[in-house]
Design a protein around this ligand. Structure first.
Ligand code: UDP
Ligand code: MG
Length: 316
């Protein structure tokens, strides 16, 4: 029996890419007859004709498993839905806009056969990104890796091959906030990195704008580090020490030169500075409390409207 390889692809408004995606995957499968391939296509609440296109692909190609989510849950949730259903001996999350060349899976499989449990695909350049994106990505990785104890490798996205054992480990992580890059890094396992050149999107536009990426970065940092919480203890300590020094200075000055009535400006500055610092501290606390609130509700990460596979009658 040949080994089954699962490709997990999230689709959000990718109607223009579905046909080409499946064509490229079928071509890849044809070059690797020693494996069987399945594609878990997760429709993440697309508002265009992606689902109809997926249904067509499902009829046309073998081994397609369409998972239709009840609304847009976001890429991380869509990936989770796909990983939960992937039964292959190796599993590859892959973007459906063809920015992750399916042909690279052949090289990943070679490394996997040599004993790697995780094969990371590292983007050898970020030419398809804007200068601002590159700068902020760089800053994010530096900060993330400095203040958290899992190492998230830079320039590595969700595109990677994972052994079934790694996927089983991932399924054991119970959190609702699924920062996949961090979770992938957290589980560990024997890892090999290969390089690839990301391609431009085939059709459609990216759904990640600056604000979404900012929130994504916050998610990453708060999911894997409590340093932003702890820093306030030190800020508080330093401020208190400064206040004590300043108080002593005032006492000495008063003893030497008598009472000095003007002082309105310095009072205002001190009060405003401390007020600001306290609000920032409370804000950071709020970030974490909010996340705890979301986690304790234990809502499911995603909801499925319908599921069907090639070879089964279409669900009605
Ligand atoms: N995606 C998704 N749900 C979303 C946003 C994106 O499933 O809410 C999918 C999208 O279809 C694509 C992948 O995630 O396959 C990457 O998205 P995109 O290309 O927009 O991001 P970028 O490549 O610009 O980071
Ligand atoms: Mg993309």
């Amino acid at each position: 029996m040949s080994k089954l390889i699962s490709l997990v692809a999230p689709f959000y408004n990718e109607a223009g890419n579905v046909a080409e995606f499946f064509r490229r995957v079928a071509a890849l499968a044809a070059t690797l007859p020693q494996y069987r391939f399945e594609v878990i296509a997760v429709n993440d609440g697309s508002r265009d004709s992606t689902l109809a296109e997926l249904e067509q692909a499902c009829q046309r190609y073998p081994g397609v498993h369409v998972v239709d989510l009840s609304r847009n849950f976001g890429k991380e949730a869509a990936l989770t839905a796909g990983l939960d259903r992937a039964s292959g001996a190796a599993v590859v999350p892959i973007d459906s806009d063809l920015q992750h060349p399916p042909e690279l899976v052949a090289e990943m499989l070679t490394q996997w056969e040599k004993g790697a449990e995780v094969v990371l695909a590292r983007r050898s350049d970020r030419d398809t990104d804007s200068a601002l994106q590159r700068l902020s990505a760089n800053f994010f990785y530096r900060l993330q890796n400095r203040i958290s104890n899992v190492h998230v490798p830079p320039d590595v996205g969700d595109f990677r091959l994972m052994d079934q054992a790694v996927v089983t480990a991932l399924r054991q992580l119970p959190e609702n906030h699924r920062f996949m890059k961090g979770l992938f890094a957290w589980v560990g396992f024997r890892t090999v990195t290969i390089n690839y050149q990301p391609s431009p999107r085939v059709a459609g536009v990216s759904s990640f704008n600056f604000w979404k990426l900012w929130n994504f970065a916050l998610e990453g940092i708060t999911s894997f580090s409590t340093a932003p919480l702890r820093i306030w203890t030190y800020v508080g300590l330093v401020t208190s020490v400064c206040a004590i020094l300043y108080a002593s200075a005032i006492v000495i000055k008063t003893l030497l030169h008598g009472v000095d009535v003007p002082g309105y400006a310095s009072l205002m500055v001190g009060a405003m500075f401390l007020g600001g610092i306290q609000l920032i501290g409370i804000g950071v606390l709020g970030e974490y409390v909010g996340r705890i609130y979301h986690e304790v509700k234990r809502r499911p990460v995603y909801l499925v409207r319908a599921e069907y596979r090639s070879g089964e009658p279409a669900a009605e």
